[in-house]
Design a protein around this ligand. Structure first.
Ligand SMILES: Cc1cc2nc3c(=O)[nH]c(=O)nc-3n(C[C@H](O)[C@H](O)[C@H](O)COP(=O)(O)O)c2cc1C
Length: 582
């Protein structure tokens, strides 16, 4: 007798991400949808195909916001397609959707991209299955916000639309991986890789020319590295973003192999009807090194699986509880905020019985870390320079990328790719330029200064995108953190920088760069058609925003409630350009 199975419809799960939050939730949702007997298909928005979208009834979007309430770079084509005037009224009739928007309340336009997507889908005639959800990464509550959203009835709404049907078992596509030992005699057939794995595969391998510490008295967590990479004739732009794929260290790989009794030399292939999560055949060692993110924030799916595997009854209950909706506050305070990860919990609870297949299903791929290029291709056509601050987690362990960069040596190659940042050249080359940076936020400023300096050196200032006066206000804690001191002072001496001011927040007068932004100065600067570039912490971005608002209120007598809008207008006109983190 033919075997049958109860199932529901296909759901397309789309995500647009930069740092991995949206993709993590998209895959988590896919896992939960499978338990509810749906057939999820996960796509990065770069792979968005309008025909597939319109033909599939159920669609869910996980979209994060970047820039001024805009899309992540992988979602730009989708965003342009959706918002295009070419779209016809009711073009999306029959399509059902729901959106989970990711953002951060420290940024303006909170969840802007999700809100725009949600509103436009409805405008084009698509039916909203469930109200928009919002995840706020400000206090790292995104994952909890997601579970609250799901628990408030998402699956009930989906199930009402798509009742169970009984079909022959062989009609249901399975995306579960099967691990198979690779023998040298096996013929390797071309695999279709997941979007993220393909992006990794297509990225460049750039050789490190030099790596050194920039601070005078570094300590763990208070270190800033300088890296130069051979650009291998890959065209790059000043202040562009570079995504670097970090790798797990040998110590961690050895330890996890010992804990889980995995043979690092074992070479395996993956059998799946879906996309392959990474290229195979591969050794366990290389999988753990390049792809397996076992040090990232612990997910509820990981906690649930660990609860099933741990022997200790108390631990079992605790892990199960925090993986549930009821335990969301404990999950947030005791696991997310304390930066717990899969590796440390496996170690803490002495869990040994996790198979390679489970590991692959539980741990996401290592995501790239983004930096802003600190050099100009005109001055340095053969090298890309980067400034990287070190991240210390819980005052005890370095973040994955920080430990990776600590261990790499000159001559070694690293995987990376380039993409545009918010720091585009000014539209008016005559515009006065004000560069505001703190710490490693000096990177894009240095790239622009180098660019201008090169035009001056070649006696071609008339062709430069920076013909107007250029001012740099740089903030650091103490003289020990004053990065590129001699170089910056030289740029001031030779006239590339018309003004250089350095604010030390923990030394001397203990001031911040915002102390230089008084009402009169900002008013005159903006009246003269100036452009302001800011790079550093979100707090600093907010302080600069407040300084500009005050200028509007006091110098231009703008009503307080309109001052905020005025600053937004400056952002939209690319007169106030920010790239912030943290
Ligand atoms: C450079 C930058 C710009 C951002 N701009 C916004 C924004 O305008 N509005 C917002 O709500 N969140 C903004 N965010 C926050 C992200 O959307 C949020 O952290 C999200 O969880 C990231 O998801 P991802 O890991 O999938 O990229 C920004 C984050 C960065 C790093």
């Amino acid at each position: 007798m033919q075997q049958t199975i109860d199932t529901r419809e296909i759901i397309n799960v789309y995500y647009g991400t930069t740092s991995g939050n949206s993709s993590r939730l998209a895959f988590q949702f896919a896992d939960e949808a499978t338990q509810h007997k749906f057939i999820p298909k996960v796509f990065n928005l770069k792979e968005f195909n309008p025909d597939v979208f319109i033909q599939t009834r159920l669609n869910i979007f996980f979209v994060s916001t970047y820039g001024v309430g805009g899309p992540t770079s992988d979602a730009i084509d989708f965003h342009n397609w959706l918002q295009s005037k070419d779209r016809k009224q009711n073009e999306l009739q029959g399509v059902h959707f729901t959106v989970f928007a990711l953002g951060n309340t420290k940024h303006e336009h909170f969840c802007g991209m999700g809100l725009k997507t949600d509103a436009r889908l409805e405008e084009l005639g698509a039916t909203r299955i469930f109200q928009l959800g919002k995840g706020n990464s400000c206090d790292e509550t995104t994952d909890n916000d997601y579970s609250v959203w799901v628990e408030s009835g998402l699956f009930a709404a989906l199930e009402a639309l798509s009742p169970l049907v009984t079909v022959p078992a062989n009609q249901v596509q399975s995306s579960i991986y099967k691990i198979k030992e690779f023998n040298n005699i096996d013929v390797v057939v071309g695999e279709t890789l997941s979007f993220q794995a393909q992006k990794y595969k297509d990225s460049h391998s750039l050789k490190i020319i030099e790596i050194k510490e920039l601070r005078k008295a570094p300590s763990p967590g208070n270190s800033t590295l300088y890296l130069s990479l051979e650009s291998q004739n890959i065209p790059y732009k000043a202040a562009q973003n570079i995504g670097i794929y970090p790798e797990n260290s040998e110590e961690y790989i050895q330890e996890i192999c010992t804990m889980l009794n995995l043979d690092p030399q074992y070479i395996f292939q993956i059998e799946t009807k879906g996309n392959h999560p990474f290229p195979t055949p591969i050794s366990v060692h290389n999988y753990l090194k390049k792809y397996c993110d076992f040090l990232g924030p612990i997910t509820k799916k990981q906690l649930y699986t660990l609860s099933q595997l741990v022997d200790d009854q108390k631990a079992k209950e605790e892990l199960k509880f925090v993986s549930s909706h009821k335990g969301r506050e404990e999950y947030d305070t005791n696991y997310l905020q304390t930066r717990q990860c899969f590796f440390h919990l496996v170690k803490k609870y002495n869990i040994r019985n996790i198979s390679l297949q489970q590991l692959i299903e539980l741990c996401p791929l290592i995501s790239p870390r983004y930096f802003t290029i600190a050099s100009s291709p005109l001055k340095n056509p053969n090298k890309i320079e980067i400034i990287a601050s070190e991240l210390l987690i819980n005052k005890e362990r370095l973040g994955l990328c920080s430990q990776f960069l600590r261990n790499v040596k000159a001559g070694q190659e690293i995987k990376c790719f380039l993409q545009d940042s918010a720091f585009l050249l000014p539209q008016n080359p005559q515009a006065p330029i004000l560069l505001l940076g703190i710490g490693a936020g000096l990177a894009p400023m240095r790239a622009f200064i180098q660019e201008k300096d090169e035009f001056i050196e070649q006696n071609k200032l008339d062709q430069s995108p920076f013909k107007g006066p250029m001012t740099l206000f740089f903030g650091c804690r103490t003289m020990n953190d004053y990065l590129f001191k001699e170089e910056l002072e030289e740029y001031e001496k030779n006239g590339t920088l018309n003004q250089l001011k350095v604010a030390f927040s923990r030394e001397g007068q203990q001031i911040r760069i915002t102390n230089y932004l008084d009402v009169e100065f900002l008013n005159q600067f903006l009246e003269s058609g100036g452009v302001i570039y800011v790079c550093g912490s979100t707090q600093m971005g907010r302080d600069v925003q407040i300084a500009i608002e005050n200028m509007f209120k006091q110098a231009r007598k703008v009503m307080p409630y309109l001052a905020y809008r005025k600053v937004n207008e400056l952002e939209e006109q690319k007169i106030f350009v920010k790239e912030l983190w943290g």
